[in-house]
Structure formats: C-alpha cells, structure tokens
Design a protein around this ligand. Sequence first.
Ligand SMILES: [Zn+2]
Length: 294
Amino acid sequence: MTNASPLDLETAACPICGPSASASVRYDFDPYKVVACSSCGLNYLSPRLTESAILKLYKDEAYYNSNISGQGYDEYLDIGHNWEKTFTRRLKQIAPYKSSGRALDIGCGPGYFLTAAQKLGYDVYGLDPSDYIVSQAGKTWGDRIQLGTIETADYEPESFDLVVAFDTFEHIYDPKLFVKSIHRLLKPGGVLAITTPDPTSTLSKISGKNWVSFKLPEHVFYWSPATIRRVLEEEYDVLEVRSAGQYATLGFLFRRLFRLSNNPGKFLNAVIDFLNRFSIYSDNGSLTATARKK
Ligand SMILES: [Zn+2]
C-alpha cells in the first residue's frame, strides 16, 4: 500500500445511485474504506486516491516491476504460461456468444490475451495505459497494441466483434463512461466480457477483510452479479454472469495460503520452487459477465 497524502484523497459516490445515496463502512483500511451503497449494495472505496494520483502510480515502471517481482522468480517465468491458459479458458466460455472476429483486450499488459485469442483464430488488438508495458509489448505485437484508455482511444466506431476487460473494471473510476465507450466501439451484436472480483463470492465471504482482491488503493469498485447487471443493462443484454478464476502455480497458492513474504527463508523457498512446477485452476472469487450490445 502506498502512502497517501490527505490532498490525494477524495470521497466517492455510488455511480449507479448517485451522491444522494448513503453508504455504510464494511472494512476500514485506514486511510481507505470499503463501503457498501445502502440502496443498490455496490461495494466501493471511499475515501480513495484521486484518479490523477493513481494514474501517476500506474505510469511508474517500478510499480509494475514490484507487482511482478512480488511473486518470486520461478513464478515470474510461469506467469505468462498461466495467463495464456487462463485466457484460453475464458475465451472458450465466451465462444458460444462470439467465436471469431476482431477482438480487443483493454488493459492488455504484455499481450497474453492476444497470444491466446490469436491461437483460437481471433484478429487481436490490445490497449494499455502504461508506456512501459506498451514499449515492451510493442516489440512482439507492433501497432496491434496501443497506448491509452478506452475512453480516449481513437478506434473506428463499431469496429470490434468482441471487447474484453479482464481484471481491469475494478480499477475504473468512471464505470458508466467505460461501458459506454466500449459500446461505441462494438459492432451491432458485438460482445463485451468483463472479469472482476466479486465481493459476494464464497472466497470473499470466507476471507473477510483479508480477501486477496482488496488490493488498495488500486481496486476502487467491487462488482457483484447484481450490481454489474445494473451498470450494464441500460446498453447491453446481459447473457450470463458466472464465477471465474485463474491458473496459478502451487507455489503461488502455498505462499498466499500461509501469507508468506517474498523471501520466507531457504527451506520454504525450496518448497515453493518445487511446488512451482505444478499449476492448477483455482477460483479466486471473481466473476465474468458476458453481455451483448443492444
Ligand atoms: Zn448504489
């Protein structure tokens, strides 16, 4: 967690119900709090960092590298492979609704989704707000990967068959503008798929305040099946909402289970190195919402 100056903090309102709706505190992570809207139930961060303060954080190469290196060297090598498997699995769940065409990944990182989707026959594109990531990923993907955000990107209107936002929506400060911007880029009948942490999931309920997805200050909204339907239904037909997870090494899961530090000592490091030879699919308390443009 970063040190926030009081000047960088702001209170937020429920984007579904507006500033007149009250909210109650669920968890206090001083100076941040996860609150629940008393009208629709949406969980969100308030106070939170201002958007300009968090964008400064994301632009930092050190921030990106610390997020990666926090998972150990062997896990670093396996991350790309596991993400590709994770995205292949998610694409197979989307395929009944959209199995081909131009596909855009918002928050594409190094391009693991592009690799997975290209193998399944999609014509692939990616967008990411980090200069560092785009300069790295550009070596492989060239101008298929662009720098920017969906709200300001200059893609042709109605030019994509499929837009995905995996593990991105929880970071978005203006969720209504985000889904509206995607709507504009989708062809008639185009499909949007969002994977995001679900605060009503079993894992979230079991973990309480220690839920792995309370990642602060970055995660500013926590969407449940009911609240994500609310934010989508004006412009989309929601096709399904299902639980989601990811492939991870056993070493990563072991470290998380016992809350081990990055370097827990020689013996445990050897155990983790051994466990990292294996990966499994695990439910991480997320949901995937798939919706069709109205
Ligand atoms: Zn609300």
